[in-house]
Design a protein around this ligand. Structure first.
Ligand code: NI
Length: 160
């Protein structure tokens, strides 16, 4: 088995906030990341595909092809967006690097038809990153339905 990795970058805003917590608890748990209007990151993602090199091309997967899939399935959705509000997939999901990695796996995995998706790494900064290798994991929704999220986002002074 050989592992090949494609790196990509995007910029996005997010806010870490749990409506089930009090304001005090949100601040204590999420600190600066709880800033009411959100904040931005220059994210780096790394997508690793595992497989046998093709006997004729020597490729596990053509990385140009992988790059195009990442662009279409992930970057076009999230680049220069506010993850909490502009990306329906994240409605009701706290957009931590952990949850972003799981969501990206779910979006990307069906499109990887050469080799198999092995790992997704999502880095918010040089110091912080999350990695997901596809083990079963919960991605709990904070709201019963998207409508409830939208309502609670606009009822209060600013998307509480
Ligand atoms: Ni952040």
């Amino acid at each position: 088995m050989v592992y090949v990795t494609r790196k990509a970058h995007f910029s996005a805003a997010h806010r870490l906030y749990n409506p089930k917590f009090s304001e005090e608890k949100n601040e204590a748990v999420f600190d600066k990341c709880n800033n009411p209007r959100g904040h931005g990151h220059n994210y780096t993602i790394e997508v690793t595909v595992a497989g046998q090199p093709d006997p004729e091309t020597g490729y596990v997967i053509d990385l140009k092809k992988l790059s195009a899939i990442i662009e279409e399935v992930i970057l076009s959705k999230v680049d220069h967006k506010h993850l909490n509000f502009d990306v329906p997939e994240f409605t009701g999901i706290i957009p931590t690097a952990e949850n972003i990695a799981v969501m990206f796996w779910r979006l990307l995995e069906p499109h990887i038809t050469e080799g198999r998706l092995h790992k997704i790494r999502v880095a918010e900064s040089d110091n912080n990153y999350a990695e997901y290798l596809g083990e079963p994991v919960e991605l709990p929704h904070l709201y019963a339905a998207a409508g409830e999220a939208r309502q609670s986002n606009t009822d209060q002074p600013f998307f509480h």
